[in-house]
Design a protein around this ligand. Structure first.
Ligand SMILES: Cc1cc2nc3c(=O)[nH]c(=O)nc-3n(C[C@H](O)[C@H](O)[C@H](O)COP(=O)(O)OP(=O)(O)OC[C@H]3O[C@@H](n4cnc5c(N)ncnc54)[C@H](O)[C@@H]3O)c2cc1C
Length: 390
């Protein structure tokens, strides 16, 4: 025991004195994706990398996203869907989403793979259990990461730690959800079709919908999701879930296998590519969670590819993507905030008039200006103009 302690102290003392090649602040999703992409380069193993994570346990979540062809993390995908269903009270559509596939990765599988299989292969990566307190620029080329227990120095620092100011963003909503993984007595689900948004049971003047991931014909995750400033009481989600199951799933008999809940911040915030000390921001801290949808996984994976390529090419990493998409997000968030019922109607028109694969392309900010114009011209102009000229 004493000798272990001695090694621990020596190891950390060495790290304080020794400059490492890369420091990654936070050991969550975007950090693992960054490591995964850095590892694809031949000189990766010559780099000394430390990842500083404050928590012992990661928050349990399931990541869903859409992708073209095989995904780089295909081996972690446990379920995929080829069709998407969307509904409002008076309209519904089910469409094939080719060239995309909608897939999900369970958080427990993701972290199990990275912490027990991927990272242990590389002796050049060290996970440090510590809390980052601040990051300082010490010279033009070096930054110091100050933690509760030790300080670390490197010329390259990536950080997934969200700035405090983010939660004071002028437009701030939560995407909050609660749901059940259920098993039904009858085969009632189509396991090739996921429901992205079903507003048919939406509360008055509220932006809430049901989201369904069928894992088999008689098993599904069914969640009530709302976009609002306040998180609901449990009883509201459960009332909505029960009502949906009795009205839309014909009162199917079911048993609850597990419960899932979460909240994702959706904010209009002026994200920057670099932090105050010049550290390269990644993940949510770099604005990779889309403000109007809450999806971030695939954007973070694509960004990690870009950051890894820039690192080995010795290029700067200041890229936040086209600014116009932030403007669209801002307008939509403001409409959801001020007039949720109008926002539901806009989503209804969007899915009625634009093919779902094009909406998915737009949500990934990969559409051209021409494609965006053809989406917008089919939407009511007044709610957007009201927000622009306010
Ligand atoms: C409940 C939930 C469900 C989501 N579902 C989806 C989804 O289905 N699809 C999708 O595309 N996106 C989803 N997202 C959005 C996004 O993909 C995730 O939030 C993703 O985890 C963001 O990655 P990240 O690395 O930015 O943050 P995190 O994964 O949260 O990692 C940040 C890490 O930094 C650590 N940390 C924070 N402060 C410090 C500090 N001072 N010192 C040291 N460590 C620190 C934290 O403990 C954490 O481990 C979801 C988000 C949430 C919250």
């Amino acid at each position: 025991m004493q000798s272990m302690l001695f090694h621990y102290i020596i190891f950390h003392y060495t790290l304080i004195k020794e400059k490492v090649d890369i420091i990654i602040c936070g050991g969550g999703c975007s950090s693992m994706l960054l490591l995964f992409n850095l590892q694809r380069y031949p000189t990766f193993e010559s780099l000394k990398i430390v990842v500083i994570e404050k928590e012992l346990q990661h928050q349990q979540k399931t990541w869903c996203f859409w992708h073209k062809g095989n995904h780089p993390l295909q081996h972690l995908i446990t379920s995929s869907w080829q069709n998407i269903h969307f509904a409002t009270a008076n309209f519904n559509t089910t469409q094939a989403i080719d060239p995309y596939t909608y897939s999900s990765i369970k958080g427990e599988d993701f972290y199990h793979y990275f912490l027990n299989e991927f990272i242990p292969q590389f002796s050049n990566i060290t996970i440090i259990r510590d809390e980052v307190l601040s990051i300082e620029k010490t010279t033009t080329h070096l930054s110091k990461v100050i933690c509760k227990n030790h300080d670390y120095i490197s010329s390259t620092v990536y950080s997934s730690i969200i700035e405090k100011e983010f939660h004071e963003a002028p437009i701030f909503l939560w995407q909050h959800f609660k749901g059940w993984h259920i098993k039904t007595a009858e085969n009632i689900f189509d396991q090739n079709t996921m429901t992205i948004m079903d507003f048919s049971n939406c509360l008055p003047n509220s932006f809430d919908f049901v989201y369904i991931l069928p894992y088999s014909n008689n098993e599904a995750l069914i969640e009530v999701t709302a976009f609002s400033t306040e998180i609901w009481n449990d009883s509201v989600y459960f009332k909505q879930l029960n009502q949906y199951i009795s009205n839309k799933l014909n009162g199917a008999k079911y048993q609850i296998e597990s419960m899932e809940e979460g909240k994702i911040p959706m904010a209009y915030y002026n994200h920057t590519a670099l932090g105050k000390a010049g550290e390269i921001l990644i993940g949510s801290a770099a604005g990779k969670i889309k403000a109007s949808s809450g999806y971030g996984f695939e954007k973070m994976q694509i960004d990690a590819e870009r950051l890894a390529s820039n690192y080995f090419a010795n290029k700067s990493s200041k890229n936040l993507g086209p600014k116009r998409f932030k403007f669209y997000d801002k307008l939509l968030l403001k409409i959801i905030l001020e007039n949720p019922a109008e926002a539901v109607s806009i989503f209804g028109k969007l899915f009625k008039k634009t093919p779902i694969p094009m909406i998915l392309k737009f949500l990934y900010e990969e559409t051209t200006l021409y494609e965006e114009a053809s989406i917008f011209k089919k939407l009511p102009a007044i709610p957007f103009l009201k927000q622009i000229f306010k």
